[in-house]
Design a protein around this ligand. Structure first.
Ligand code: ZN
Ligand code: ZN
Length: 132
């Protein structure tokens, strides 16, 4: 299966092949700021199954655990279309919202940093593992 993600203005696209190896949501404060939303949802693929096109800018942050995260975003509209974590080498995360597909599946298997979760948010499903 091939899926295509893109930024708000359409200049940056990410085409992904095959099924994601990890789908998760994160409620940490960094992800809240990065995404501009109350939590972030992302799917990860091996880097050789992701083709990123269009000009991007990159920004690297050092996380609380000391590992680096690098975010790739469109310089025109600012949408983040991909990011990588040192802690997960070889994988590229694509924010699920950039697919703009309500039928995107599978849903998240991991919900992390729930200690930072907004009180009105509930991640449902029998197969979701919850972490504080
Ligand atoms: Zn854009
Ligand atoms: Zn996070």
């Amino acid at each position: 299966m091939t899926r295509q993600a893109e930024c708000s203005c359409g200049a940056v696209k990410a085409v992904v092949e095959g099924e994601p190896v990890r789908v998760s949501v994160c409620h940490c404060r960094n992800c809240q700021r990065r995404s501009g939303s109350s939590f972030a949802a992302q799917a990860r693929w091996p880097e050789d199954q992701v083709t990123l096109t269009g000009e991007t800018r990159a920004w690297t942050r050092v996380n609380d655990d000391g590992g680096r995260a690098t975010f790739f975003f469109c310089p025109t509209c600012g949408s983040g279309v991909a990011y990588t974590l040192e802690a997960m080498p070889g994988l590229i995360a694509i924010p699920i919202g950039t697919f703009a597909d309500p039928e995107f599946a599978p849903g998240p298997e991991y919900s992390v940093y729930e200690s930072r979760k907004h009180r009105w948010v509930e991640i449902t499903g029998d197969t979701v593992d919850h972490y504080d």
